[in-house]
Design a protein around this ligand. Structure first.
Ligand code: PEP
Ligand code: MG
Length: 325
């Protein structure tokens, strides 16, 4: 079976009835990039840039970041890399950055909110990513967006940095795409509006579950509520996929859900065509998708979206897809 899985390495992903798909890897370390290269993956669908910040004792200078991003791009040999801008705050705070104590860190000063409050740090990261765009296929992804103003403010900074690079005569790709992580219920509900303001959407199901269910994703005692099978979560995912498609913007899903063998068939049935999963799940996801037929999975997704509880949905998925586990 393992050698059968290996045979998917480097091949385009495709459903049983010939729908072309993408299976990307999520990276939060150099080792992850290496694993993605090893399975000849289609690219890095989520590069968690905070690891560059969290593994150092100092704020990484622009040149230091540029070097890391360029390294990843060269390793991917022209395949796309989606750089998510700094997603710190909440549970992830580098020792050298002071942050105010917060009663509700998950609802506080994190991700894009932090970047927009420290434009000096944000600009240096954007500059590093844009400079790296001269060496590969780069996209920029904005985490924890909950309002359109945040997208506009971030894009204004990006445009400003582009202007600076032009003035300096530094090489970069002026058509670098900018996407939004849909990981708050707010973003999912207005994903039609967000899709008009950016180039692509990436659903962050890990946080989307946390914020939709109003349950701390790290609280073990409440984990019974933290379920990717929740009807409300799946409906928000469906809304986002539909809104992206209606606006003609690609939609990907980069949370754990994308690599869950019980849920990837349902996501495919909902119309998802791009999956970003942990490196160790890339080949299995490609294999699962290769066995699915569009109409059958659409019918399954319709049935699932009409079930009332996470338990019922989980049972349905186990009955239909346990051969993939
Ligand atoms: C997510 O929230 O689903 C996600 C992909 O990002 P992270 O797990 O890094 O918050
Ligand atoms: Mg997230």
């Amino acid at each position: 079976f393992l050698s059968r899985l290996r045979s998917f390495a480097g091949r385009p992903a495709c459903s049983a009835d010939g729908v072309l798909l993408k299976v990307y890897g999520n990276a939060a370390s150099d080792a992850d990039i290496k694993s993605i290269v090893e399975v000849d993956g289609h690219g890095v669908g989520l590069y968690r840039t905070e690891y560059i910040y969290l593994t150092r004792a100092h704020l990484p200078a622009e040149g230091e970041q540029f070097w890391e991003y360029k390294k990843a791009l060269l390793a991917m040999k022209g395949r796309p890399v989606v750089f998510r801008t700094l997603d710190i705050g909440g549970d992830k705070i580098p020792s050298y950055l002071s942050m105010p104590e917060e009663k509700n860190p998950a609802l506080g000063h994190r991700a894009i909110r932090y970047s927009l409050s420290r434009v000096d740090i944000f600009r240096s990261q954007i500059k590093a990513i844009l400079r790296a765009s001269a060496y590969g296929d780069v996209s920029i992804l904005l985490p924890l967006i909950s309002a359109i103003d945040e997208v506009r403010s971030a894009k204004a900074v990006i445009d400003d940095v582009k202007e600076e690079l032009r003035r300096e005569g530094t090489a970069f790709n002026p058509r670098t795409k900018v996407g939004v992580v849909v990981e708050t219920p707010s973003a999912a509900v207005i994903s039609d509006l967000i899709a008009c303001e950016c180039d692509f959407l990436s659903i962050g199901s890990n946080d989307l579950i946390q914020y939709t269910m109003a349950v701390d994703r790290l609280a073990a005692a409440l984990s019974y509520l933290y379920s990717p099978f929740s009807p409300s979560v799946l409906r928000l995912v469906q809304t986002t996929i539909k809104n992206g498609a209606a606006a003609g913007k690609p939609v990907s899903l980069c949370g754990e859900m994308a690599g869950d063998p019980l849920l990837s068939p349902i996501l495919f049935g909902m119309g998802l065509r791009s999956f970003s999963v942990n490196p160790s799940e890339m080949l299995r996801t490609q294999w699962i998708l290769s066995l699915l037929k569009t109409e059958e999975m659409r019918a399954c997704a319709d049935e699932v979206l009409n079930l009332a509880t996470a338990g019922e949905i989980h049972r349905y998925c186990r009955e239909h897809f346990s051969r993939f586990v």
